[in-house]
Design a protein around this ligand. Structure first.
Ligand code: F6P
Length: 348
């Protein structure tokens, strides 16, 4: 009988998920395995919600954003008896190995299931935030940077026409990867990242200097997780609500609006705020992400074939390698100072 391999996508969706599903399915079915898609991430394993995957069901998905398997932020570890139920379901359905495609939350669960319950897990690093350790890049990040850069390009022309400052809020949770790259690529006047503090007063001084130097408009790229810092060093992280999800994540959002009001009040420049939001996660993956996600999917399949469990496919330099899952979920990968210095070179 063919060995059964499940694949699931958890956490926020991201362009390239379908490319991973396709690649792993094609590689493993060709090698004689049976592929089972788990719907809605870990929730699907708790509820036995599956769909068969084969050549036909994955034929037309490589370039499609989102995930044909759907996703959720269900955390089985937080549920009473959740992990035991999940382990029972895997056994009863003869699922021999599971490929978990996700960020630190989803892979954290996979790591626990492997380490504490000896269930055969393989990980694939997904997130637009690019905040996973153990890999140089996650898939989906390149697409998000491309989208954010195109949006900044558009904001540049409207800001210029009206002599305005525009504050653009960019996703990334507690790291500023997308903001740093899109901000540099989009020639933002100021970039604000969670990793490096810059006070509101300093931001306004930079804008004033840029106007004094002859520029008639400004773009401020701010990470949703960047703190608003006063001159005295007081910090404020802006959230949409007090609520946290099953993994303890706060809902970030709103920093651009507050900052825009403050910039207008302090400088007198007409200022607007734009929140890019989920536009950064939607739509078709870039060619780079399609190829990276495909390489990750094939690597995950190879790890299943060689029974290399408890590992995650990772990009190191130009090579796709296997790294221990615990490395990926141990520490958040922050934007290095090098990029902050690069961005600051262009602050007036
Ligand atoms: O982790 C990906 C991400 O898009 C973050 O950048 C953002 O803070 C969060 O997910 C938004 O989550 P949701 O889709 O639940 O609003």
């Amino acid at each position: 009988m063919a060995k059964k391999v499940a694949i699931l996508t958890g956490g926020g969706d991201c362009p390239g998920l379908n490319a991973v599903i396709r690649a792993a399915t094609l590689k493993l079915t060709k090698a004689g395995y049976e592929m089972l898609g788990v719907r809605y991430g870990w929730r699907g394993l708790l509820e036995n919600d599956y769909m068969p995957l084969d050549v036909m069901s994955t034929a037309d998905i490589l370039n499609r954003g989102g995930t044909i398997l759907r996703t959720s932020r269900t955390n089985p570890i937080k549920q009473e008896g959740g992990v035991e139920l999940l382990a029972d379901n895997l056994r009863q359905n003869d699922i021999w190995a599971t490929i978990a495609v996700g960020g630190d939350d989803t892979l954290g669960v996979a790591n626990k299931l492997q380490g504490e319950f000896a269930l055969n897990m393989v990980g694939v690093p997904k997130t637009i935030d690019n905040d996973l350790s153990g890999t140089d890049y996650t898939f989906g990040f390149n697409t998000a940077v491309q989208i954010a850069t195109e949006c900044i390009d558009r904001l540049n022309t409207t800001a210029e026409s009206h002599d305005r400052a525009i504050v653009v809020e960019i996703m990334g949770r507690h790291t500023g990867w997308i903001t740093a790259m899109a901000g540099i690529a989009g020639s933002a006047d100021v970039i604000m990242l969670p990793e490096f503090d810059i006070s509101v007063a300093e931001v306004c001084d930079i804008l004033k200097r840029s106007r004094a130097a002859g520029k008639n408009f400004n773009i401020v790229a701010v990470s949703e997780g960047a703190k608003l810092v006063t001159k005295e060093g007081e910090e404020q992280m802006v959230t949409l609500s007090e609520e946290v999800d099953a993994f303890g994540n706060v809902k970030l959002g709103g920093v651009a609006n507050l900052l825009a009001q403050e910039i207008e009040r302090r400088t007198g420049y007409e200022t607007r705020a734009t929140v890019l939001g989920h536009i950064q996660r939607g739509g078709t993956p870039t060619a780079y992400d399609r190829v990276l996600a495909t390489r990750y999917g094939v690597k995950a399949a190879q790890m299943v074939e060689s029974e290399d469990f408890g590992q995650m496919a990772a990009l190191q330099g130009d090579a796709i390698v296997a790294v221990p899952l615990e490395l990926a979920v141990g520490e958040r990968k922050l934007v290095p100072r090098e990029f902050w210095d690069l961005a600051q070179t262009f602050f007036a």
